[in-house]
Ligand binder design. Sequence first.
Ligand code: TXA
Ligand code: MG
Length: 326
Amino acid sequence: MDTQLLQPTNENIMRCAAKLNGGGLVAFPTETVYALGAVATDSAAVKRLYDVKKRPSDNPLIVAVSKKSAIDGVAKNIPPKARVLIERFMPGALTLLLDKADCIPDIVTAGSSTVAVRIPNNPIALKLIDLVRKPVVVPSANTSSKPSPTLASHVADDLKGKIDYILDGGESEIGIESTIVDTRTEPPTVYRVGGVTLDKLKAAIGDVVVRRDGKKSIKYAPQADILFSAFYDNMSDNICRKYDELTARGRKTLILCLNCNKKKYGDRAVFTVGKDYSEYAHNLFARLRKADAERYDAVIAEGVEPKGIGESLVNRLIKISGGQII
Ligand code: TXA
Ligand code: MG
């Protein structure tokens, strides 16, 4: 299959909508990371999407709609706290777990009666879903086990030749995935801390519990071993020690650090991730892809203070490192 990279003109977005309605697979930008879309009610298209991503069939997909009123079409029994979050954060980097409506096929939810729903906050995504006039599944547009894509070129690296179109919307604004919340429990349960920070969630609905992934975490990057440091004042000393130890064992090692810390690592190999935690989140996945492209064996990421988006970053670092904290 020939995968075409398209600029997000009105005409091209219409082409993509028609392709999705004909059972095709189209990648498009969202404010968190790029999505791989298929019409959620088209089981055959969704099946093909699982195959193309090499995604295990027991891992359900998020469903996106373009407006709040459409949530009632894909979910039912919406709890009051979900209504609060919908008003406060949608469109945005929030995904709600809700009772699924009958129109959502089992393949989308991996057999569960729960559907994950979100409204992406990106004009291209919203326009596309609006034109499709049906709910669209929006998993990240990467091959399973690779970092989520934050550029159209990342999507092409993983999926070129396997999907119909890639709409190029430039860099993803946030760079890490949406926050996933279940308001059907009391207190509500957070399954993934992402674009909407825990502080903001708590300000909107009060206390929440954060559930650590029950499943064994799978590393994102198959080549490099990812480790990350706990956050504390002299963490750079510890990171340097670990770097030197790995290098002495012949492992090509890289450090990911904030711009302001670069000089602490002397002439060790470093990729900077930006000036603050937002930029760290924005750049993390792109840097991991670059580390793989440059064939690093190990990546040591600086730890961050678990505040605001820093908390979402810690959550991601735990996941991508498989919990390898130094
Ligand atoms: O920001 C995002 O959410 C991005 C953009 C592209 O929309 N999408 C994304 O999708 O991160 P994915 O497939 O990479 O991650 C979705 C997560 C998975 O961990 C999946 O297990 C969980 O959401 N999930 C989806 N449906 C679920 C359901 N019905 N019940 C429980 N968890 C669900
Ligand atoms: Mg993903």
